[in-house]
Design a protein around this ligand. Structure first.
Ligand code: ADP
Ligand code: MG
Length: 399
């Protein structure tokens, strides 16, 4: 290592096990990244891709979306961040699927992958598939879909509601203009008049008492709850088949939160659509979801129906999450918390990612990443406690 490298050592902040990179290492990583990124981008920018290349079949025709072994990585100068690392789950027609997990576990990146909105060029889907079925029963492989075709689906068939509506609304245009634009873009044969009528109708639908007034307002003139209603109205204006709601109520206070959730459920029933509900709030999941997917550090560690997850959680992390709910069990009147931190996303271990935080950890847990174990046709968890060597060790302890 040269003198210069010592002076140029760079610290990567915010991670548990601090890592250092020399300038030379950084250059090497950057060069390798460019090579990989160019390959992916070339593939994505192909023109006139024949439809057969991105048409596919659903594994189960009652699903709207199927994620299968999805890997989405970010190729950064300090290393590859494996944000989504082998995620598989389904979103059935007419159901609400809750995705929970600590902040940074890959929930948003999973949903952005589905929308083809992962921050390119450093962010890329490197492996796996995302199948989407439209209202005519046609199935698309989103990971292979050309950008121009995706534009037709995004915002129309699949709509997204974000955590902070102020970042998705443009501050310099009135609400009405922004809503009309969506309708004009996606609803065939719409005129400025019909678009306005549709926007007003949607504002009424989401419980806004003076739709005309809101229509003529700028985003900053509305309260947070109002803005979120506007976002929902906008998302609904094209009758989407799937709504992705990414922490839709996190920025709102509790009473407004309940109203917004109620509203989401109402509109879901009205359009018989599906919702992918992303949150770190288990209360929201319990109230809303049919199915729950628990993510940890880019992987699914447990999934099941809402009943299975809440009444019979299997993974120690899910059990910990349940106990850290404010209404859950307390110890010495203090809220339970799961000790430790998520591992550094750049240097993921080969063993279970939850190993160093788990109070049930055994020898085998520090050796191999656990397999998924099925508990019912809908319920499974990835944990050594329930099979093979780990199960034997468990039973021995009980004797
Ligand atoms: N544009 C990006 N560049 C690099 N890393 C990113 C980027 N976006 C997200 N990540 C990383 O991906 C991981 C998952 O992020 P995210 O899906 O946003 O988490 P959350 O579960 O809180 O929604 C995090 O470790 C985050 O740092
Ligand atoms: Mg997020």
């Amino acid at each position: 290592m040269g003198l210069i490298d010592i002076f140029k050592r760079k610290k990567i902040e915010g991670v548990d096990d601090t890592m250092y990179l020399t300038l030379r290492e950084e250059r090497r990583i950057s060069k390798e990244n460019n090579k990989i990124i160019r390959k992916f981008e070339r593939e994505k920018n192909r023109k006139n891709v024949p439809e057969e290349e991105y048409l596919t079949q659903m594994r189960d025709p009652s699903n709207v979306v199927e994620f299968e072994d999805l890997h989405t990585y970010f190729f950064t100068d300090v290393g590859t961040v494996k944000s989504v690392n082998g995620v598989s789950f389904d979103i059935p027609q007419g159901k609400i699927v809750g995705v929970v997990g600590e902040s940074g576990c890959g929930k948003s990146v999973t949903s952005l992958s589905l929308m083809q909105l992962v921050q390119a060029p450093q962010g890329q889907i490197v492996k796996g598939s995302i199948r989407y079925q439209d209202s005519n029963g046609k199935c698309y492989e989103i990971t292979k879909m050309p950008k121009d075709k995706m534009l037709k689906i995004r915002g129309k068939d699949i709509a997204m509601i974000f955590q902070e509506p102020m970042t998705s609304l443009n501050p310099v245009f009135k609400i009405g203009e922004q809503m009309d634009e969506v309708v004009l873009l996606h609803v065939e044969g719409s005129t400025p008049e019909s678009a306005k009528a549709r926007s007003i109708e949607m504002l009424k639908l989401v419980g806004i008492a003076m739709p005309e007034k809101v229509y003529n307002s700028y985003p900053h003139e509305l309260s947070g709850g109002m803005r979120q209603r506007v976002m929902i109205a906008m998302a609904l204006s094209c009758d989407p088949r799937l709504i992705i709601a990414d922490e839709p109520t996190t920025a709102l206070d509790v009473t407004i939160q309940a109203q917004i959730l109620e509203l989401l459920r109402d509109v879901k029933n009205r359009i018989n659509g599906s919702i992918m509900l992303i949150t770190h709030d288990l209360g929201v999941i319990a109230e809303m979801a049919d199915y729950v997917v628990v993510m940890y550090a880019g992987r699914i560690i447990e999934k099941g129906t809402v009943r299975e997850i809440f009444h019979d959680p299997k993974h120690p992390y899910t059990i910990g999450l349940m106990r850290s709910k404010p209404t859950g069990e307390t110890r010495d009147n203090r809220l339970y918390s799961i000790k430790g931190q998520v591992p550094n996303p750049i240097n993921m271990p080969d063993h279970c990612y939850f190993y160093n935080r788990c109070d049930k950890a055994m020898n085998v847990c520090s050796r191999d990443y656990p397999d998924m174990v099925d508990f019912s046709s809908t319920h499974c968890a990835a944990c050594h406690l329930y099979y093979g060597e780990g199960l034997q060790e468990q039973n021995k302890g009980k004797e």
